[in-house]
Design a protein. Structure first.
Ligand SMILES: NC(=O)C1=CN([C@@H]2O[C@H](COP(=O)(O)OP(=O)(O)OC[C@H]3O[C@@H](n4cnc5c(N)ncnc54)[C@H](O)[C@@H]3O)[C@@H](O)[C@H]2O)C=CC1
Length: 405
């Protein structure tokens, strides 16, 4: 495959990404009546996602990990009802959009290189999907909502009972979809270690204008059905029994940490280390009872709760956390588990590295990809060639202007 040619044409297309994406979707929907209904109503996040995904593929074409990644992606895309015919239609429209946007750069060689590259991507994704079918894995898991507990105006913990066994590890996340917001999938961490009755918790923080989080916090009620996609994420426990560890979470980042603590309480109750729970204010420190109970089962872990002072911006809590982390020692000996808003993860990881924590032992979910569109919140949709990273929503999207700092 002609990588330099792929990259040089992509660089040209990328400069007119907005135009290319508009052309791509218009072409796709015009040529394939019926396909529009497979996509969410709000297409704006789709546009960002498409280019984030293309960037990932183009930059990673020579990455030996790409086939496995694309296989997982294909397996996951069954939830979007992605058929081989749809993969072919997407490829055709993508090439048409590139040809239109790249102008004089779109030579016969460039078209051949892109056609081959897309063919390979589609083949690897479809193979992943076929393997999942062969293994008997469903495209998604239907679950019944059996509990819905509010914590203040913006937070809710939903309890779901999957209708068939749902495999996952503590610390992982799942795509979630509700018919209240058709065809939209959002990622949420699973808030408990697997239970005997199979139920699992989602912790949801409402974002302003966020259709999915608003539906889950305000709308969804027990008795309704939610769909879950296959669990993903590598921020699972790798700490050997007895080794030191630190758990740091902010906001609903408490969910995966809670799951990891449940796992530790069951299998490694003598674990030693520390837990830091950060929230924008005392009212947002939800789940205190659970934390107290888990702390009692894990007496070797010290617990520190950190919030912003009343009427102070929410990020003051992060500054307070960083002060507390600087006062701790032996970072090189600790496995660290981090969960929370993307900006929080970036800032805390950097400080931890400065303090001597080993980045290879600092575990958190992948951050949203950097790039041209990265500053826009990608909140409510996923589709073919979704971006590589989990799109935790951008908390800035829900901070009122007067509270930004
Ligand atoms: N596995 C993971 O990493 C998980 C991540 N999340 C993400 O965590 C966030 C939770 O949202 P909320 O509960 O509403 O939290 P929030 O918006 O109330 O933030 C909680 C605290 O995080 C810190 N923070 C927020 N934005 C920051 C930034 N840009 N830089 C530094 N510190 C920052 C502040 O101290 C704030 O008080 C969402 O973005 C969600 O997508 C949620 C669950 C799991």
């Amino acid at each position: 495959m002609d990588l330099p040619l792929l990259r040089s044409t992509f660089a040209v297309v990328e400069r007119r990404a907005e135009h290319a994406v508009t052309y791509f979707y218009s072409h796709l929907f015009w040529r394939n009546p019926g396909v529009r209904e497979l996509f969410p109503e709000d297409m704006v996040p789709q546009r960002d996602r498409l280019f984030a995904a293309l960037t990932h593929v183009v930059t990673g074409l020579d990455d030996p990990g790409l086939p496995a990644y694309l296989g997982r992606l294909g397996r996951d895309h069954r939830k979007f009802l992605a058929t081989p015919a749809l993969y072919a239609a997407v490829g055709e429209s993508l090439l048409a959009a590139f040809a239109h946007t790249a102008g004089a750069m779109w030579t016969v060689e460039a078209e051949k290189a892109w056609s081959e590259a897309y063919g390979l991507v589609a083949e690897l994704m479809l193979r992943g999907a076929q393997e999942a079918v062969a293994a008997g894995e469903p495209a998604w898991w239907d679950t019944d909502v059996v509990g819905h507990r509010r914590h203040g105006d913006d937070l809710a913990v939903l309890t779901l009972r999957p209708r068939r066994p749902y495999p996952y590890l503590p610390g992982q996340y799942a795509g979630v979809s509700t018919l209240r917001v058709p065809r939209v999938w959002r990622t949420y961490s699973l808030g408990n270690a697997p239970r005997e009755d199979g139920t699992l918790d989602l912790h949801v923080s409402r974002i302003r204008g966020g259709a999915m989080s608003t539906a889950l916090v305000d709308g969804v009620r027990p008795g309704e059905t939610l769909r879950l996609s296959a669990a993903g994420g590598t921020a699972v426990s790798r700490t050997p029994p007895g080794a030191l560890r630190t758990y740091i979470c902010a906001g609903t980042g408490w969910a995966p940490v809670r799951a990891l603590l449940e796992e530790a309480a069951a299998h490694d109750p003598a674990a030693e280390g520390r837990i830091f729970v950060v929230a924008r204010s005392r009212e947002y420190l939800y789940g205190r009872e659970d934390l107290d109970q888990l702390a009692a089962r894990l007496p070797g872990l010290s617990v520190t709760l950190i919030t912003s002072a009343p009427r102070h911006p929410r990020r003051q809590a992060t500054e307070r956390l960083l002060t507390a982390l600087r006062a701790c020692g032996r970072w090189a000996d600790h496995d660290v588990h981090l969960a929370g808003p993307p900006g929080f993860l970036t800032e805390v990881s950097e400080v931890l590295a400065e303090l001597g924590a080993d980045p290879a032992r600092t575990h958190h979910d992948v951050l949203p990809p950097a790039g041209r569109f990265a500053t826009r919140p990608a909140t409510r949709a996923e589709w073919l060639l979704e971006p590589p990273a989990v799109h935790w929503h951008d908390p800035a999207a829900r901070i009122p202007h007067e509270d930004r700092s």
